[in-house]
Design a protein around this ligand. Structure first.
Ligand SMILES: [Zn+2]
Length: 214
């Protein structure tokens, strides 16, 4: 267990990171293959908190329904853009980690970019995935901003304006569209604020029918 999560050991619902599948049979582990690569940023210091908040949990779990869609997106990418890979940054994120994020951003300009843990992010249900693309040369593609850049330039809803202003270039937008095409064809929803974030079902359906992983 990482230093940071050890602060939560007093909580009764602290996830058991050591188990092979700590979340139960409804959740599937996503492993790397020829079209999927993993770079679980919250298991490194390379994220907006500057800390490893996942400890040794350096992997991706999704609810099986979201996992099926991700595998479908990977197959579409293989067809449409041979040589490219999905580059996965984050998947199921327990609410204990969501509370930690909330503590970091609360009262700052970054607050609107992080879901309130009381309601829960779809990541907390295992129904959201954050990802980008690796190009055929194996390098992460330039999408205009890095993952977890809490800025206007990251927002799909502003892309037309960003392009006109030169904040986003045509090639950067085209790369986002390669990802968006396979994800939306596979049944994911792109949210308006983050180019890297996709929900496998709408929030209302998830909150009504599925449980939060604490
Ligand atoms: Zn996300």
């Amino acid at each position: 267990m990482g230093l940071f999560l050890s602060a939560f050991t007093g909580m009764s619902m602290t996830p058991n990171w050591a188990a092979a599948n700590p979340f139960g049979p409804d959740y599937v582990e996503i492993t790397a293959n020829d079209v999927i690569a993993l770079d679980i940023r919250y298991a490194t210091t390379h994220n907006f908190t500057g800390r490893n908040v996942y400890g040794t949990h350096n992997t991706c779990f999704l609810h099986q329904q979201a996992a099926a869609k991700l595998f479908r997106a990977a197959e579409l990418l293989r067809t449409y853009s041979p040589g490219y890979k999905l580059l996965v940054f984050d998947c199921l994120r327990p609410r204990s980690v969501q509370r930690l994020f909330w503590g970091v951003v609360k009262g700052t300009p970054q607050q609107p970019y992080v879901a309130n843990p009381d309601k829960g992010s779809l990541h907390n249900f295992g129904f959201a995935v954050d990802l980008s693309l690796l190009g055929p040369d194996g390098h992460e593609l330039d999408m205009g901003t890095p993952f977890d850049a809490f800025t206007e330039a990251a927002q799909p809803k502003l892309e037309t304006k960003l392009l006109a202003k030169g904040v986003l270039t045509q090639p950067q937008l085209e790369r986002r569209m390669i990802l968006r095409r396979v994800m939306t064809e596979a049944g994911f929803l792109q949210l308006p604020n983050e180019w890297w974030h996709y929900d496998a079902l709408d929030g209302k359906t998830v909150r009504k029918n599925y449980r939060i992983v604490e």
